[in-house]
Write a protein that binds this ligand. Structure first.
Ligand code: SIN
Length: 485
């Protein structure tokens, strides 16, 4: 941590009402690359979460009343500060999360790009006028911020998942309380420090750090003052949180787990498919919800495809995120490594074939070798569960109909990818895939101009794009009568 240029970005207390709040006890933040304790952070309680919600509630009327252009300016100032401190924020992120430094800095730019996008969108919250049924009436539709927004965010993108929720909320005129993942609170707290420096008013952006996810989650999903709840994380927890939100009929958006198929048809440009697959599969060591989970390859090209894929995987460098030229960092913790290992070994026991990798660098190490396994089928757990690790699991199919059926045979529906050079097939398959996002000859679909989100049990709501503000706005209809008098 001594390497941070700006040491005051390292914060260890929760942040609400524009102030830092210690707790009676602290929890350790561990560097997954070496097990070192990086910091001890406030283990805040439910009472603290209630205070943060109260702060957001108090700040709401003033923030909502500010002209959109002013909110936009403040968001842009925050975005600029994120970019000015990209090196420090990237380092902090790598130290607590493990991803290679270049990827961590990329995440800071990615998060900042949502702030810029929503700063612009803030100025475009248009309403409507609707022809009335009677001559003495006029019908007008306006859009208003929903109120206090609460969010729970994951450890795999400690900056960007907060940035894209908070930017949309603040742009719409909402105030915001976030509980970041217990494994990665430092990036969230650094964002709060920069929000403060940007001049975001007290109570508008608040962060509660805690190990008591249940207690904080109960407040954020059940407090009547919270109008909307946004969650990125596992499907299992998302379902539970959505149930809790029903008690006070909150608006909810959920970005839950995926099980992304990556289909390669025999007519695809194989080199382009390999490039797209490497980006999609191995980003963040395979720990993203949109990472490829199942690689479906048309039978006639399985052999050349596997050969090329093995060569590409062989070039990946596994190591500490802070070392030079590293492509794959450690997994987040021991449970993550155990899960990857278990899924892989179940598949091997059921007849799949290992080509490379398949183990940790050393016992108890969180570094898992990039792995290639073929002969997988949809009955194997590795094809049904989210791997969330650097395992490329290849299965084969005979024709387009089978590829679509296999791809859709899951309860998840976040991202899917396919490669083909046949324009007719591109349209057919894109339309047939039951997913919220489809990469057609493209392995990376995330960017602020596009609506990020899923269908089926991958959740609902969209983040980014012109649709991204809708989740934070109420539509109000005004009926003006008696206009003939
Ligand atoms: C996620 O894994 O949840 C987000 C990935 C992205 O924004 O690309």
């Amino acid at each position: 941590m001594t390497k941070l240029t700006d040491q005051s970005l390292l914060k260890t207390a929760s942040y609400w009402q524009g102030e830092w709040h210690d707790a009676d006890s602290n929890f350790e933040v561990i560097n997954p690359a070496n097990g070192d304790v990086i910091a001890k952070v406030a283990d805040s309680t439910a009472t603290a979460a209630e205070k943060a919600v109260a702060a957001a509630d108090k700040a709401f009327a003033g923030w909502a009343a500010r002209p959109a252009s002013e909110r936009s300016e403040l968001l842009l100032r925050w975005q600029q500060l994120l970019l000015e401190h990209q090196d420090d924020l990237g380092l902090l992120l790598t130290l607590e999360q493990g991803k290679p430094l270049a990827e961590a800095k990329g995440e800071i730019a990615y998060g900042a790009s949502y702030m810029q996008w929503f700063a612009e969108e803030a100025k475009r919250v248009y309403g409507d006028t609707i022809p009335a049924k009677s001559g003495d009436q006029r019908i007008v539709v306006i859009k208003q911020p929903v109120g206090v927004v609460a969010a729970i965010t994951p450890w795999n993108f400690p900056n960007a998942m907060i940035a894209r929720k908070a930017a949309a909320a603040l742009a719409a005129g909402c105030t915001f309380v976030v509980k970041p993942a217990q494994l990665t609170p430092l990036s969230a707290l650094a964002m709060a420090e920069l929000a403060d420096r940007a001049g975001i008013p007290a109570g508008v952006f608040n962060v509660i750090t805690s190990t008591d996810a249940k207690a904080i989650g109960d407040v954020l999903t059940q407090d009547k003052r919270v109008a909307k709840f946004s969650f990125t994380g596992s499907t299992k927890i998302g379902k539970q949180l959505a149930k809790q939100c029903a008690g006070t009929v909150k608006r909810v958006s959920l970005e839950l787990g995926g099980n992304a198929p990556f289909i390669v048809f025999a007519d695809a440009d194989l080199d382009a498919a390999i490039d797209g697959l490497m980006a999609s599969k191995f980003r963040n060591a395979g720990q993203t919800c949109v990472c490829t989970n199942r690689i479906l390859v048309q039978q006639s090209i399985v052999e050349p495809f596997t050969e090329k894929l093995q060569q590409a995987i062989g070039k990946l460098k596994l190591g500490k995120g802070t070392d030079d030229n590293v492509d794959i960092g450690p997994l987040i913790n021991n449970d993550a490594c155990d899960k990857v290992d278990k899924l892989l070994h179940q598949a091997l026991a059921m007849g799949a074939k290992l080509h490379c990798g398949g183990k940790r660098q050393a016992t108890d190490s969180l570094f898992y070798f990039p792995t290639l396994v073929t002969g997988v089928n949809n009955d194997m757990a590795v094809a049904q569960d989210e791997i969330f690790g650097p395992v490329a699991a290849v299965q084969s199919f005979d024709d387009e109909a089978e590829a679509i059926a296999l791809a859709n045979a899951t309860d998840s529906g976040l991202a899917a990818y396919f490669y083909s050079r046949d324009i007719g097939r591109c349209w057919r398959v894109a339309e047939a895939l039951q997913y919220g996002m489809v990469g057609v000859n493209e392995g990376m679909v995330s960017n602020p101009t596009a609506p990020f989100g899923g269908v089926k049990q991958s959740g609902y709501g969209r983040e980014g794009s012109k649709y991204g503000l809708d989740d934070y706005l109420d539509v109000k209809y005004l009926c003006l009568g008696g206009l003939d008098k």
